[in-house]
Design a protein around this ligand. Structure first.
Ligand code: AMP
Ligand code: MG
Length: 425
């Protein structure tokens, strides 16, 4: 698909089919309309965790700051060592990590040294203590203990040089980046401001927790899964509660949300039976496309703009909400937060421990459990019933099995694509 400039242009492209939109096409199309927030702020590095750097981080230091030893042993001059027999040197000092030696190593001398300790003046190499012995006569360095000058010596700046770019703008800050910045003595960094995300649930049958259920009512759970998923992404949240299927109420809610937020997320109200008046409403307030994604679960999805805000209209079924969030919204939010090069969630192949029934035609995201196979490998099985209202299966799962449209039922031992639900950092 060539890059559309407007949603209308996109919806007129030859290969655009709102009745059967492939997952990858929808994802690519959404990406073309995303541009990251531009406002930035300076924060202490602790507050930068889970945020995105808005300016490059440049090293103010050499790391390590001094030449130092990679071993416990003796610092010496390589030229003093006889290549084919033991050499005896006089010990003239000790260099500990954090407590350098003041001694200078002259000809025939050495300094006892420990890992991380500063190299004493005059020495160019370190011999590990296992290749030496020490007695009243001095320190004996075994023949061939080292073979070239500079061995076991870490050079100042070999990890990072003063002025080098440590991180580019667009880098997400995780535990490793925090540690790196601390190692450089950096207190504060420039990050993009948080994304403001407004969200609400739609449906006459929905009740908020803390209120009694009437006949046919259900508790609104989507607002809580969405809250959880958005919190993991460190967004600023505007929880707008439940909005009944009443056009005036919905119109007010959409307008308020779009005014207050960068992104508006709703659940429910986009299925065939309900979409018509929502469509009309959103046609009035903005430009929104309604799709039937060729996936299961999560078939209906709306994407577009309401005023200055991006809009994601997720299906109402609790599992569909999570699947469509992970497949479409998460990536989009990462890009809007300023992350560059947002890679797709990695998938890898794992053999099935139990067969899966599937009809070809759609991408299926089945909730599944990845577990050791007892022989050093891994195996995956689904959580069982895959109904899109069965939220407990999402809780029991630690991964999705992703079955592409062309795949039909799978047998034990077939290799299937797995996407992990948990990330390490
Ligand atoms: P809809 O997409 O609005 O037709 O809803 C599809 C199904 O999901 C219906 O069974 C709804 O009751 C249910 N549902 C919709 N929204 C929520 C919600 N916020 N929490 C729990 N279930 C919901
Ligand atoms: Mg509904």
């Amino acid at each position: 698909m060539t890059q559309p400039k407007t949603l209308r242009e996109a919806s007129c492209a030859d290969d655009y089919d709102p009745e059967s939109m492939p997952v990858a096409t929808a994802r690519t199309l959404i990406r073309t309309f995303l541009s990251p927030v531009t406002a930035t702020e300076r924060v202490h590095i602790r507050q930068a965790l889970s945020r995105v750097l808005a300016a490059p981080v440049v090293s103010p230091l050499d790391v390590p700051g001094h030449d130092n030893s990679a071993m416990d042993g003796y610092a010496l001059r390589f030229a003093d060592l006889a290549p084919d027999r033991q050499t005896t040197l006089a010990r003239v000092g000790e260099s500990f990590a954090g407590r350098p030696s003041t001694a200078r190593v002259g000809a025939g001398q050495c300094v006892r040294i420990f890992t991380g300790a500063v190299m004493p003046d005059g020495a160019d190499s370190v011999v590990m203590q296992e290749r030496t012995s020490e007695d009243g006569e001095g320190v004996h360095i075994f023949a061939g203990a080292i073979v070239k000058a500079g061995q076991n010596r870490r050079l100042a700046g070999e990890d990072m040089k003063t002025g080098a770019v440590v991180f580019d703008a667009g880098q997400p800050v995780r535990a490793a980046e925090l540690g790196m910045m601390a190692s450089l003595g950096i207190n504060e960094v420039t990050v993009y401001r948080r994304l403001r995300v407004a969200f609400f649930s739609t449906g006459d049958e929905l009740k908020s927790i803390g209120t009694p259920l009437g006949s046919g009512d259900v508790y609104d759970s989507n607002r809580y899964t969405i809250y959880g998923m958005l919190t993991r992404l460190d967004c600023e949240l505007i929880d707008m509660g439940v909005v009944p299927d009443v056009p005036e109420d919905l119109e007010r809610a959409f307008a308020t949300a779009a005014e207050a937020a960068d992104v508006v997320i709703t659940s429910g109200g986009v299925s065939v039976g309900e979409a018509d008046f929502v469509k009309q409403l959103l046609g009035k307030l903005g430009e929104v496309l309604f799709w039937k994604i060729a996936m299961k679960p999560g078939r209906p999805l709306a994407y577009g703009r309401i005023g200055g805000a991006h809009f994601f209209g997720l299906p109402g079924n609790p599992v569909s909400v999570m699947v469509t969030f992970y497949q479409f919204v998460r990536d989009a939010l990462l890009l809007l937060q300023g992350q560059r090069d947002v890679a797709p969630v990695p998938t890898f192949k794992v053999p099935l421990a139990a067969p899966i029934r599937k009809a070809p035609g759609r991408t299926e995201f089945q909730r599944a459990i990845l577990a050791p196979d007892g022989a050093g490998g891994w195996t995956v099985r689904t959580t069982g019933d895959q109904g899109s209202g069965i939220l407990s299966s999402m809780s029991r799962a630690n991964c999705f099995v992703v079955l592409p449209p062309e795949v039909a039922s799978c047998a034990i031992g077939d290799l299937v694509d797995v996407q992990l639900l948990e990330g390490l950092i």
